[in-house]
Design a protein. Structure first.
Length: 232
């Protein structure tokens, strides 16, 4: 890594930590030790500290005074709220800019949905579908010039789906469901009806939050009812 700027160090460390989250090496609630990370990567603690602060801003890491920094661990309610918030923000972004969408924008959206269909037909590769999902939602935001709205929306959901809960995202929806959900959003966008678009995108995220909430730190699976006592 010699000759690379500090900012590039920070970017690489951020990606390294995200990669370890995806691999399951860093799990929700795990403490991130700056000294150990610096030793493992053979660099100073300064860029480690900077990278961790960026991850705090993204919502993937939480900082607890006098205790340190930890991989975020969310309750079921926090997961539902995060997805709902992301849906409200993305829905508002799409509804307020749909009049700016061009034929090329819609062509790109259709191409991504077609690529999802091809992936489902071939092997249902969820990693590929995740890439297409990210690109699809990126286009929805592409006509928005409100950087704060985009940042808050992505912080609410992208980190959850693509990192903290990605191993669950891969199983909570079947490949066919991923395809159909994005077809529904595309159909709503094609109407150019702001109210319908906003409602559809909000419901898209609300459903994700409802399904993903089962992996909140406080979730307990419903228990089967106890058998009735014998009579007589």
């Amino acid at each position: 890594m010699q000759g690379i700027t500090k900012q590039t160090y920070c970017d690489q460390i951020t990606e390294y930590i995200k990669g370890r989250i995806l691999a399951g090496e860093f799990a929700p609630g795990d403490k991130l030790n700056e000294v150990l990370l610096a030793a493992r990567l053979s660099i100073s603690r300064a860029p480690i500290r900077e990278a961790l602060q960026l991850l705090v801003q993204e919502g993937l890491v939480v900082s607890i005074p006098q205790r340190g920094k930890f991989i975020a661990a969310l309750t079921s309610k926090e997961i539902r709220n995060s997805y709902f918030t992301g849906g409200v923000l993305e829905g508002a972004a799409a509804a307020s800019t749909i009049h700016l969408f061009t034929d090329e924008d819609f062509t790109r959206l259709r191409a991504l949905v077609d690529a999802m269909a091809e992936t489902v037909a071939e092997d249902g590769d969820m990693d590929r579908l995740a890439e297409l999902d990210t690109a699809f939602h990126g286009i929805i935001f592409s006509r928005t010039d409100n950087d704060l709205l985009v940042e808050l929306s992505r912080r609410s959901c992208q980190g959850l789906s693509k990192f903290l809960l990605f191993r669950h995202w891969r199983t909570v929806f079947t490949p066919q469901e991923v395809l159909e959900r994005h077809r529904t959003v595309l159909e709503a966008l094609l109407t150019r009806d702001p109210a319908h678009i906003e409602r559809t995108i909000r419901d898209h995220y609300k459903d994700s939050g409802r399904r993903m909430a089962r992996w909140g730190t406080d979730y307990s699976a419903p228990q089967a009812p106890a058998p009735a006592a014998p009579q007589g």
